[in-house]
Design a protein around this ligand. Structure first.
Ligand SMILES: Nc1ncnc2c1ncn2[C@@H]1O[C@H](COP(=O)(O)OP(=O)(O)OP(=O)(O)O)[C@@H](O)[C@H]1O
Ligand SMILES: Cc1cn([C@H]2C[C@H](O)[C@@H](COP(=O)(O)O)O2)c(=O)[nH]c1=O
Length: 238
């Protein structure tokens, strides 16, 4: 993670190991298992005495969560947001989130684990929504202020498997994005493959460290992959 021109802060854990603070992002389409793995990771880090902050996009602050509700709400008037409108809403929420949560939490010496970040914008608004990547980058650079995740875990699974999982969730209330056609969900999954395979750059030209996770596997197997990625990339042993 790069905050402005500075280096990542470091801190001592409960076990007195000096650690670099990490900004870890989970990415992937609907139902691939991001939230499930984030919970497992949070619990595991806590057991090791490692402090971390869980957050999500869009959202993460009360105001940004209001934007999230607006963003995800089913349209009652048929006036669904255009991809450029979505980009502007997401970027407004991200500005609030970075300034009020991500930067301050990292500065306090906490790891930050975020459910979705800029790669979602590349996939949903640029690849699927057809907003030019340069437009995404130009607008996003003001919100990002050079923040880059230290590790982005990109969950890839069969679209049919992921959609079957969310259909099984009794408590899930379908939102605007869940209700996309199967074809759009497949485009989203392929969008993540494209971001991974083509090493999409961030607005400042840097390529963030991305690792592909086979999300078709069992919860336990996926968690093993997550732990391996954390160890190999950040030296965090769980
Ligand atoms: N590896 C897995 N195998 C089978 N079921 C899983 C697996 N991981 C998660 N699930 C189940 O799939 C459903 C979706 O998982 P989860 O909410 O973690 O996905 P998500 O990627 O966060 O979805 P969204 O982005 O739509 O919120 C849940 O019911 C969860 O219990
Ligand atoms: C960050 C971000 C998100 N989205 C979309 C992707 C999802 O459909 C929703 C978030 O819902 P979830 O239950 O938290 O997965 O928002 C987007 O279109 N663009 C973005 O940049």
């Amino acid at each position: 993670m790069l905050i402005a021109m500075g280096k990542s802060p470091s801190v001592k854990t409960a076990f007195n190991q000096v650690e670099q603070m990490a900004f870890i992002v989970f990415e992937g389409g609907e139902g691939v298992g991001k939230s499930t793995q984030i919970e497992l990771l949070f619990t595991s880090l806590k057991q090791q005495g490692i402090i971390c902050t869980l957050t999500r996009e869009p959202g993460g602050t009360p105001f940004a969560e209001d934007i999230r509700s607006l963003f995800k709400r089913m349209s009652e008037h048929g006036d669904t947001p255009l991809p450029l409108t979505e980009l502007l809403l997401i970027t407004a929420a991200r500005t609030q989130h970075i300034q009020k949560v991500i930067k301050p939490e990292l500065a306090k010496g906490h790891h930050v684990i975020c459910d979705r970040f800029l790669d979602s914008t590349y996939v949903y608004q640029s690849i699927v929504g057809k907003v030019n990547k340069q437009v995404v980058d130009t607008i996003s650079q003001f919100a990002l202020q050079n923040i880059i995740p230290d590790l982005t875990l990109v969950f890839i699974s069969d679209t049919s498997k992921a959609l079957a999982r969310i259909k099984k969730e009794k408590s899930r209330k379908e939102d605007r994005l869940d209700s996309f056609s199967n074809d759009i969900h497949a485009q989203i999954m392929n969008g993540y493959r494209e971001v991974l395979n083509n090493n999409f750059t961030y607005p400042n030209g840097a390529i963030p460290k991305r690792i592909s996770i086979d999300a078709n596997a069992s919860v336990e197997n996926v968690f093993e992959q997550v732990k391996t990625a954390l160890f190999n990339t950040l030296g965090i042993k769980l």
